[in-house]
Design a protein around this ligand. Sequence first.
Ligand code: SF4
Length: 332
Amino acid sequence: MVSCVYVESSVKHHERTLRILARFKNAPVVEIEHHGEVFNPSAQNFRLQKSNPALILAHKNNRHALPTPEGYGLGGKHNFYFSHMLNCLYDCRYCFLQGMYNSAHQVIFVNYEDFDDDITQICAQHQSEPVWFFSGYDCDSLAYEPVTQFANFFVPAFKKIDNAWLELRTKSTQVRQLLKHEPCERIITAFSFTEQHSHDKLEHGVPSIEKRIDAMRLLVEAGWPIGLRFDPIVYHENYQASFSHLLETIFSIIDPNCLHSVSLGAFRLPKNNFRQVNKLYPDESLFHQNLVLDNGIVGYPLAQEEEMMRYCEQQLLQHIPTHCYQPCKWHE
Ligand code: SF4
């Protein structure tokens, strides 16, 4: 449930706004000029908002698709991200979104057609080469699908551009809309997993591992390509056995030959995001582990990171073909 829906005046008659409002008939609706009035002010109580967020329906004016930050590591030669939504339904303690914005309210930019126009234009500039787009940078791509109808719009939009590739990154089970469409080899749904202990402790509101594996199975059976993201790997006494168990559980159901890509990365956060999230949750034991600052990133010391990556990599490569494996290492 949302506590309130704020609507920018410029989109109050937008078809997508009206459809979303119809889902929240009991929520108070407040008209605003710009989402920044509600979303940007500092000194907001992030934790309180996170437990009772408002929804903000807004118009994204420009910069609909942007180059991915350097070292993003996945994709191809041309990589972009776009955000139809800011913030996430779920509440993962390690998530960099926790420290990203002043507000925990959820913003949906309803003018999908403008994102589509920019994506089409960017692809036209690289006609002979694949161009990758990532939609899970500022939110979970699919978690809010029943409200946003994001995939329902963008799947056909990407299908019509021959050199456009899309990664939908998710921890949700919201695959129903995807299953209504014919599969496309250029649209990859990448499911993120941490092992059971970290899931229980750190991923508040995220569906169970079993339910997400089942969602993957449905996509695979329908012919959709999927990816796996084991990121972040979080250290605890039993992480090795727990990670191996996670792999066994997944690959007892999912055929590794159906995988488009698999990535692996140890816990890390950009320095400023770490500072923010640590301020929000000072008692969180994750932030009191043996962490170091290196090149603007806070994470495990190099030797520990290497050891964790080595172990997890070894386990992973017993299940998956090497060609789809992509490690995410951050120490310089
Ligand atoms: S599901 Fe992803 S985007 Fe959402 S809180 Fe967790 S890590 Fe962040």
